[in-house]
Write a protein that binds this ligand. Sequence first.
Ligand SMILES: O=C(O)CCC(=O)C(=O)O
Ligand SMILES: [Fe+2]
Length: 271
Amino acid sequence: MLTTCENVDFELKLAEFKINGYVVFEDMIPHETIDRINAAFMPLLEHVQERETEVAAVETGDVRTGLGRQQFTNRYTLTIPWMPPFADPTIYEHPVILEFLDRYWRADDYVVTCYHSNNPCPGSEMQPWHRDTGLARYIPHVGLEICPVVGVKFPLADTSAENGSIEVLPSTQYLADPKLEDRYKDVLVRGHFPSAHRLNLKKGSMWVQDVRMLHRGTPNRSAHARPEMVVCYCRSWFSITQNVDVPPAAYDALSERGKKLLRRRNIADWT
Ligand SMILES: O=C(O)CCC(=O)C(=O)O
Ligand SMILES: [Fe+2]
């Protein structure tokens, strides 16, 4: 049975998110939807794998056939094109996610600013511990209670210790000691941090990540890629330049809520 707003204890989920820096919702996306996205995604990933033989700092290529880069050895990032089957309102307008964000931010002004993916492939290695934001640097010594940016992620397969499930260090989202910010790569591999753990997820799950929480990708020792999609949401006042490219016809076809979520889009010129 799929999760609906009626069977979620939102107050508990908010407490988990605020305390841990992430929260998982299981049974959110039907397997057929995930499989459709996976079937459309694999040629894009394969195209980027074939082309990107070197680690690169910038993604290149056409978003419809594979805009991406090799971020670390055998670990690829790809931008996801805003078109079917990827741009699915049952995912980016998922009622459980929107209800959760409405309650977390106590506002509904937020916008979608990215649709991206992390893809450790066979032969990938351990990533350094990191945050996905510089917020802890911008405001030294202040761990804001509410983070204005979150990533909503969903894997296209079950994730496990074998295929490179992400490792998280819960509750580090409030840590803002400038003296530590440059030292996590070293300190976290040398010291004792028993709360660090792998987030093994069932296909169909969605999880919300406070982008400040420390985490790292792990080696994929299986025979298959482990793709995970991420939709970024941020408060409308939070100034970041990141944005999704949406073709005009796709924008016109959006729901009212979809138009509101994508009002900061760039107009895609895919002709
Ligand atoms: O999905 C993963 O394995 C983690 C990747 C990650 O954290 C990143 O590339 O920023
Ligand atoms: Fe990351």
